[in-house]
Structure formats: structure tokens, C-alpha cells
Ligand binder design. Structure first.
Ligand SMILES: NC(=O)c1ccc[n+]([C@@H]2O[C@H](COP(=O)([O-])OP(=O)(O)OC[C@H]3O[C@@H](n4cnc5c(N)ncnc54)[C@H](O)[C@@H]3O)[C@@H](O)[C@H]2O)c1
Length: 334
């Protein structure tokens, strides 16, 4: 991370910029002196989250609309691709829609980029591409056997990007995020998925009296408190990783695939205890059976991102994650 790096008014296309992570990426681009241009169809994102640059409503599945959207931005060199279907459960029931949105959408984007000056791609991948393993922390070279359709679509896109690199010289940084969490420190944006499937917002909403019963899936894992362990990384740190990737491109980086996590595991019960402490609200939960495909432990080996991108998380202590998420959810209720 370099505090002195500036984007000097550079235009950067952020596909999926109206979403949770995308809006934080846009804010980080703007605060680093750049101009984020959001391409989004608002299927799960929000127009009110686009606050830092132009908004172009476009669906990546529509190849000709995407080509037209690029015509005003043919000079742009760097594209961030976050647009995706992300709900793992829906992917199992509707794989056709999932592959179309994620894989066809990414193919359309790569083809649109080939017609312009865009030769740098930052792609939002996921730890879900690794599949079943007990080798923690997870290194990037670990075999890729995704359990879910979601993970399979992301791995297919990673392969596609590598082929475009080999054949057409596309430069890319693939960021395999672990669990994105927290919210903007100024409370301007935060996590607003509908339906929400992520533990922290569900638990905070439950503590705030959403009426949704809090379930913990599996309390008999081989961990100190019996619940699953995950790697929670603050969304502001994730956003910063994109700036670090752009700086690395500028310094000559051609390709990289790196984990974006903290390297630390936190259990589900530790999350609930921290939420109770920060919000000072009761948070009853109900033990539920394990879910198929849930690993006992999942946390990153974060050394590659540090050595290749000079990326180091600095907002991801659990208290800060919960405090910022809580501040965002509370402000929405007022
Ligand atoms: N949230 C996490 O913990 C996490 C973890 C690993 C990877 N990721 C990846 O990060 C990215 C962003 O995740 P998020 O949590 O911000 O999700 P999100 O749903 O909030 O954001 C996705 C954005 O993409 C847009 N979009 C979806 N399909 C589109 C299409 N066909 N055309 C144009 N825009 C479209 C949505 O409207 C939304 O604004 C995704 O690619 C996801 O797979 C997220």
C-alpha cells in the first residue's frame, strides 16, 4: 500500500459498481484521485450507491449494449469486473441463469474490451474456487475443485481470462476475496443485499429485531467452540487492493492471481459475541444442522498479495468490521 499513489484524474470502468464491494471500490478510486465509471444493471446494486462518477445502466449479458456503452469510454485502460450473481443457493437451483450472468457476461466484457484501449482487467474472484481441502492457510496453488455452481462459474472465468492473456495479451489481476464484511467508515455505503445471505448483516439485523431467527449451521465442528471458521476482510481493505493492483500494473505487472484475506480465522460464535458486545443488544441463536459443502476452516494465506501488490489489510480487526457494519445498518433504520 502506498499513501502517495494517485490516479491523476484517470477514468476507470467499474462493472458492478452499484453493488456492495463495487461502491466501495468507486469511493476508493475517487479518493485516490481517479474517476470511477459505473456500469451496472442494478439487478442487485443500488442507484443510491453510485456517488462518485458517472453511471451507465447496462447489462453485461447484452453484448451489443455493452459495446455501445464502451464507445464513450474507448480511451479507458483499466476495467474492474465485479458484476456477478453471488447467491450460492440460487446457483444450485438456477445454474443456467448463473452461467449466463457470470460466464457469458464476463465473455462479453472481455470481447468489448478487445475493441477498445482497455488492456488491464481486475477481476473479482472468490475463495469458493478452491473446494474441499484441510490445508490452511489456503495458498493460491491449492487445487481448484469448487463445490458450488457459483465457484465453478468463477473458475471458468479465471480460465477464460488466462486464455485471453495468452492469445491477446490482456493484463489481469484476479483477486480471490475471502469474506467481505464491514462498511464505509463515513457510513455513506454498506452491505445491502436482498435477500441477505451473509452472517454479519443477518446477525446485526436479527439483533435489531428483524424477526429473522438467527441460525448457526453446525455447532459440532472440530474447532475450539464447535462452529465454522472464516476469514473476514473489511470491504475498505478489499477496495484498497484494487488500487494496489492498478499501481502494480503501472509498475509493469502483467498477471497475478492472489488471495485477498487477512490470514486470520474467526469462528461464527466469535462473530456473534462481538456483535453482542458492540451493539449491546441480545442476540439469541438457534443451532442448525451443518450445510453441505461448508468447510470447517477457510482462511487465506495472504503472503502473495503482500509481495506482489504490496497489499496489507489495515481495517480488518473484527471490532472495526462489526462497528462499521452496525453503524451502517443503524443509520438505515433511523
Ligand atoms: N461479498 C463477498 O463476500 C464476496 C466474496 C468473494 C467474491 N465476491 C465477488 O465480488 C463481487 C461483488 O460482490 P458483492 O457482494 O458486492 O455483490 P453485489 O450483488 O452487491 O454486487 C454485484 C453488482 O453487479 C451488478 N450486476 C449483476 N449482474 C449484472 C449484469 N448482468 N450486468 C450488469 N451489472 C450486473 C449488480 O446489480 C450489483 O450492483 C462479485 O463478483 C462476487 O462474486 C464477493
Amino acid at each position: 500500500m502506498s499513501a502517495n499513489f494517485t490516479l491523476n484524474g484517470r477514468d476507470i470502468i467499474v462493472v458492478g459498481g452499484a453493488g456492495y464491494i463495487g461502491s466501495h471500490v468507486c469511493k476508493m478510486i475517487a479518493s485516490t484521485g481517479g474517476n470511477p465509471i459505473t456500469f451496472d444493471n442494478l439487478s442487485s446494486g443500488h442507484a443510491h450507491a453510485v456517488k462518485w462518477g458517472p453511471f451507465i445502466k447496462v447489462d453485461v449479458r447484452d453484448r451489443s449494449a455493452l459495446d455501445i456503452a464502451f464507445t464513450d469510454w474507448e480511451h479507458v485502460q483499466t476495467v474492474v469486473h465485479l458484476a456477478s450473481s453471488i447467491e450460492v443457493g440460487i446457483g444450485e437451483k438456477q445454474p443456467a441463469e448463473f452461467y449466463e450472468n457470470n460466464v457469458t457476461g464476463a465473455l462479453n466484457l472481455l470481447n468489448a474490451m478487445r475493441k477498445t484501449k482497455a488492456d488491464q482487467l481486475i477481476f473479482s474472484s472468490t475463495c469458493a474456487i478452491y473446494g474441499e481441502t484441510e490445508n490452511m492457510p489456503l495458498v493460491e496453488s491449492e487445487p481448484k475443485n469448487p463445490f458450488s455452481t457459483y465457484g465453478k462459474t468463477k473458475l471458468a472465468i479465471e480460465h477464460m481470462i488466462q486464455s485471453f492473456q495468452n492469445a491477446y495479451g490482456l493484463n489481469y489481476v484476479t483477486l480471490r476475496y475471502f469474506n467481505a464484511s464491514g462498511a464505509d467508515a463515513e457510513g455513506e455505503i454498506g452491505e445491502e443485499h436482498d435477500p441477505e445471505t451473509h452472517l454479519i448483516p443477518i446477525a446485526i439485523q436479527s439483533a435489531m429485531g428483524s424477526g429473522r431467527k438467527m441460525k448457526i449451521f453446525g455447532t459440532d465442528y472440530d474447532t475450539p467452540d464447535g462452529t465454522c471458521i472464516r476469514d473476514y476482510i473489511h470491504v475498505t481493505d478489499i477496495a484498497r487492493a484494487h488500487i494496489d493492483a492498478i499501481r502494480a500494473f503501472d509498475q509493469g505487472l502483467k498477471t497475478a492471481e492472489v488471495n485477498i484475506g487477512t490470514g486470520q480465522g474467526v469462528s461464527n460464535l466469535e462473530i456473534l459475541e462481538t456483535i453482542k458486545r458492540v451493539t449491546k443488544l441480545p442476540l439469541p441463536y438457534e443451532p442448525a444442522p451443518r450445510r453441505a459443502g461448508d468447510l470447517t476452516r477457510l482462511y487465506a494465506d495472504a503472503r502473495e498479495a503482500k509481495s506482489i501488490l504490496r497489499f496489507e489489510p489495515c481495517h480488518s480487526d473484527l471490532e472495526n468490521i462489526i462497528r462499521t457494519a452496525w453503524q451502517f445498518h443503524r443509520s438505515k433504520k433511523i
